[in-house]
Design a protein around this ligand. Structure first.
Ligand code: SF4
Length: 184
């Protein structure tokens, strides 16, 4: 990693910008995010900022149960977040559907099947301290280049590397002579 990349990685850990997505929450998890901005927890003092646009975010915070309608929104927003990026799943709903599981509008699958989740923050709802901890862990993964999207990209890069070609057998003297004379 170059010095510039290292500085950017440290800056990202010290000041991760968050994009929040409610995929179908009862709002319980979202209410627990609000105290993070209050003087009691003061997440901004730690460099954590909530931003309205995914294009400025490092971390996507996804709360709520997953519905058929929210699936496309999750993918759209995830795609708009520039790399490198991390995903934090908030509460029990993104993992299992929680109390909404079995509803006809609910996807009976975990968030992990739609986007790569780096940190799960359990709870219904999780406490603000747990949310802060989840964001800090995601920021650390970003700094280390160890989020699931970063690891997948580096794996793809390795696979795209040109493979060493087997050495061609040397031509025999008669073959070489025929080539020089332009004969097959
Ligand atoms: S985990 Fe609990 S509080 Fe959070 S959205 Fe689901 S039901 Fe609501």
């Amino acid at each position: 990693m170059s010095i510039l990349s290292r500085v950017v990685a440290i800056a990202r850990r010290k000041s991760p910008w968050i994009c929040r997505l409610n995929a179908g929450s009862c709002n319980g998890c979202d209410i627990e995010i609000t105290p993070l901005l209050s003087p009691r927890y003061d997440a901004e003092q730690l460099g954590i900022e909530l931003h309205g646009t995914p294009k400025h975010a490092d971390i996507v915070l996804i709360s709520g149960t997953l519905t058929h309608r929210s699936r496309k929104a999750i993918l759209d927003i995830y795609d708009q977040v520039p790399s490198p990026k991390a995903v934090v799943a908030l509460g029990s709903c993104p993992a299992s559907g929680n109390v909404f599981a079995g509803s006809p509008t609910v996807l009976n699958e975990s968030l992990d099947t739609i986007v790569p989740v780096d940190v799960w923050v359990p709870g219904c709802p999780p406490r603000p301290q747990a949310i802060l901890d989840g964001i800090a862990r995601a920021a650390k993964l970003l700094e280390e280049g160890a989020t699931r999207s970063q690891l997948a990209r580096s794996l793809q890069g390795q696979q795209a590397q040109p493979q060493p070609q087997p050495a061609q057998p040397d031509l025999t003297q008669p073959e070489l002579a025929r080539c020089e004379q332009g004969r097959p």
